[in-house]
Design a protein. Structure first.
Length: 226
């Protein structure tokens, strides 16, 4: 039994919030749908900000699916999963920055009207999910990562709408590239926040084992000294 006290096989499972589970299912379906819409729209009009947002929706759909899987597991596994998700968010940020650099070199000018229409639909979807998740924004690292993804999505959607307006007003593609760059930086920032909290929780989950071993060794030394 001592082998299970390291945290990895802990049976101390948190109670599963049925309401939170339903919210995650709704968020999963919404994000999966918007991924398809933005992917097709971004590819059709040549908008890197829409493509970046589409990848974000895909990542979030995966995020919600993983969160549903670990919802009833021991805290150490939830923290480990949050760490993986944080690293994935960082990878997304790097991808977006790379895509922005590619479009800058290619000189692509997207269609502003399509960008605006899809961007508005995406914003409405994320605001809906964000309202549902707001009450859980200060939970553990797993819940926090879900909230941060949704929050960043909404900010990104507003930025896409501004990019569409900028492309329409200037007739150039740089507003689209600028927004994609901002979205990439947001992804890296959120990744740092989630991974930092996840690592802190993993240390906290492992701490009782090390602490519980100290008194026993201390008693042994006292006994041996006598």
């Amino acid at each position: 039994m001592s082998a299970c006290c390291s945290g990895g096989c802990s049976t101390d499972k948190p109670p599963v919030d049925a309401k939170y589970r339903r919210i995650l299912w709704i968020a999963l379906l919404v994000n999966a749908s918007m991924f398809g819409i933005e992917l097709l729209g971004g590819w059709k009009v040549g908008s890197v900000s829409l493509l970046a947002d589409a990848v974000d929706f895909f990542g979030d759909a995966t995020n919600y699916g993983v969160s549903l899987f670990v919802l009833g597991l021991a805290p150490i596994w939830r923290s480990r999963t949050a760490l993986v998700k944080g690293l994935t968010m960082g990878g997304y940020g790097l991808f977006v920055l790379g895509a922005a650099a590619w479009n800058l070199a290619a000189g692509t000018i997207p269609k502003a009207s399509t960008m605006g229409t899809i961007g508005f639909l995406a914003l409405a979807a994320n605001l809906f999910v964000g309202i549902l998740l707001f009450a859980y924004r200060n939970g553990d690292s797993n819940m926090r990562s879900v909230w941060l993804c949704t929050r960043n999505d909404a900010i990104g959607n507003v930025a896409v709408l501004l990019a569409a307006l900028g492309v329409f007003g200037t007739g150039a593609g740089w507003p689209d590239i600028l927004v994609a760059t901002v979205m990439g930086v947001l992804g890296l920032t959120a990744a740092r926040t989630v991974t930092t909290q996840a690592r802190a929780e993993m240390k906290q989950d492992a701490a009782p084992t090390g602490l519980s071993a100290q008194p026993a060794s201390h008693k042994t030394r006292i006994h041996e000294s006598h």
